[in-house]
Design a protein around this ligand. Structure first.
Ligand SMILES: Nc1ncnc2c1ncn2[C@@H]1O[C@H](COP(=O)(O)OP(=O)(O)OP(=O)(O)O)[C@@H](O)[C@H]1O
Length: 555
């Protein structure tokens, strides 16, 4: 690919301050191929076709690293997984373009001149960045919280995304409010007042009509969740997907109005004033039916795309469900998909999520079976992110006894940055059908049950690790995969279990075996024998750190 060669050569020219490559033996010219002719510092895939890594450490370069030269070239942007330029004397250019290198999981640029023009981020530091020291945030004076001495004022969201909001309000404050703005706000206020009175007037009229109707019927047909009538009254919310899968629900106008009050919209920054009518009217597409319900993709008029899960057969009272949802809403982590809203009646439980167009980890793994790339460092990164998010949730919700309950690769969704997000946390009673040790869970004491549900998540995570390592996706029963892996390992054919794609890529056998050992501990048939979540997180991080060290030393 000539474009790739040009881009690499121009990047090197910039790095070396427009000097030609210091040594002719490096390759790096248009008459040769970066992969086949083994350009210095270039690491390609096993087939010697695509450039995967650039390692140019300690080469006394004194120019600049221009991220746009690499990451704005499509074929490089989709293949590069690591760039390491440690210990030169270079500065950075267009570093904001680094995000276009979508597969990049490692960027090593320490031991250089200033690599950024500073980020100027503002707002609260997200939790997963707390482990960095204060010096990592230099150049962003508006950041607050985390390791920084300045705490944050109370803000609705903990993400950097909330920064613009903060900035705007700060600027407004400093400028003061102009006369024009006062006039404009007064007009808005008057309009809002008129609207408010109109709505009140309408509601009063409606109430009057209703009273008259009730008098005439001489009976009250109240919507009562606790009564399951054979013939539903007209104002009861009905869902009937069996008739048509083009809408999540069918309901009459009046029923929708009554039901709208039952849709509880949580503290999500994604939707504003989501109404039940919008969900009812929107076209829906069936995404899949699982053991615990059905998921629909729904495109609302406002342009939002949502995923709605109808939960099947969960014997939980409406009150407990509501309380659980509200408690879960208080615990946020960037890698846990929040529930936007929920609907709850005796017959029906619906959960609303933001639709994740990149699909699930399960889908990604299935893709490898038809040759789609999914490299070792991305798999390791995904495992590390999931366990960190799960450990956070367990810690926060341990006292409430709320574990995930149904952790599996179809419940790990990939967000727009391809980062994994745990979905459906805490929405199910523990699924014990295909886990050997939980069969008698009902006979145990309450505390034991709750502990077991946390240990059941460790089992679920172990199965995800097995899927990542073997490239095989669990079909019906997680036990099948665990049993197969154990039988192969017992016969000392360990390498046979690994995904051939990982072997071809040259992933470290030693670290794959380390991860396999973690997985095997997690799927132990006895919950007590499984490691604690913190032990699992520590083991995964150790493997990851070893991987990082080896990448740097490879260079
Ligand atoms: N927010 C979402 N965005 C995109 N896809 C989603 C979303 N939520 C669920 N899905 C996908 O919809 C499909 C059906 O989900 P569902 O949760 O019903 O299946 P499951 O996880 O196999 O079963 P269950 O959770 O009931 O045991 C899955 O492929 C899942 O990855």
């Amino acid at each position: 690919d000539e474009e790739v060669e040009h881009s690499l050569i121009s990047s090197l020219e910039k790095l070396s301050n427009n000097n030609s490559p210091p040594d002719l033996t490096w390759g790096w010219n248009l008459t040769s191929d970066p992969c086949k002719d083994h350009w210095k510092g270039i690491i390609c895939d096993k087939q010697n076709v695509t450039v995967k890594k650039i390692f140019l450490n300690g080469l006394s370069f004194s120019g600049s690293f221009d991220a746009s030269a690499l990451c704005n070239v499509k074929s490089l942007a989709v293949s590069l997984t690591a760039i390491s330029l440690n210990d030169n004397n270079i500065s950075g250019e267009n570093l904001d373009q680094i995000g276009n290198c979508r597969q990049l999981t490692r960027l090593h640029i320490s031991g250089n001149r200033s690599m950024s023009q500073f980020n100027n981020f503002s707002g609260p530091i997200p939790k997963e960045a707390y482990r960095f020291t204060v010096s990592s945030f230099i150049g962003s004076p508006e950041l607050c919280g985390g390791p920084l001495p300045n705490g944050c004022p109370s803000l609705p969201s903990e993400s950097l995304a909330s920064a613009p909001q903060t900035e705007i309000s700060e600027t407004d404050k400093s400028k003061g409010i102009s006369k024009e703005k006062i006039v404009m706000f007064s007009v808005y206020f008057l309009l809002a007042l008129v609207l408010f009175f109109l709505v009140i007037l309408r509601l009063c009229k409606k109430d009057k009509k209703k009273e008259e109707k009730i008098d005439a019927d001489n009976k009250v047909a109240a919507v009562d969740d606790s009564v399951n009538r054979p013939s539903a009254p007209s104002n009861e919310y009905k869902i009937d997907v069996s008739k048509s899968e083009n809408s999540v629900a069918s309901a009459e106008t009046e029923s929708a109005m009554i039901s709208s009050s039952s849709l509880v919209v949580l503290t999500s920054p994604v939707v504003n004033g989501l109404r039940f009518e919008a969900l009812l009217k929107a076209p829906a597409e069936l995404l899949g039916r699982g053991k615990h319900g059905t998921v629909y993709k729904v495109i609302c008029e406002e342009g939002m795309t949502l995923a709605i899960k109808r939960i099947k057969d969960w014997a939980i009272s409406s009150n407990d469900f509501r309380q659980r949802m509200q408690r879960l809403d208080q615990v946020k982590h960037p890698n846990v998909l929040p529930t936007i809203a929920f609907y709850c009646s005796m017959q029906e439980k619906l959960l609303v999520y933001e639709y994740q167009q990149n699909g699930s980890l399960r889908k990604l793994l299935l893709g490898t079976q038809i040759g789609e790339a999914f490299d070792w460092s991305s798999r390791l990164g995904i495992a590390a992110t999931i366990i960190e998010a799960l450990a956070f949730m367990h810690q926060e919700l341990h006292d409430d006894g709320i574990a995930h309950g149904n952790l599996k690769s179809s419940n790990i969704l990939l967000n727009n940055n391809m980062d994994p997000c745990i979905s459906e946390y805490g929405l199910m009673a523990v699924d014990n059908l295909d886990q050997p040790s939980l069969v008698n869970v009902n006979s145990q004491k309450m505390t034991g049950q709750s502990e077991n549900s946390f240990k059941s998540d460790i089992y679920g995570f172990g199965v995800i690790l097995l899927e990542l390592l073997t490239g095989k996706v669990v079909q019906n029963n997680t036990l099948d995969l665990a049993r197969w892996v154990l039988s192969v390992v017992r016969e000392e054919w360990t390498v046979e279990v690994f995904d051939k794609m990982l072997i071809r890529e040259g992933a470290s056998e030693e670290r794959m075996v380390s991860l396999l050992q973690v997985a095997i501990k997690c799927v132990n048939h006895s919950p007590e024998a499984r490691p604690s979540i913190n032990q699992v997180a520590l083991m995964i991080n150790t493997v990851r750190e070893e991987e990082e060290r080896s990448i740097v030393s490879e260079a």
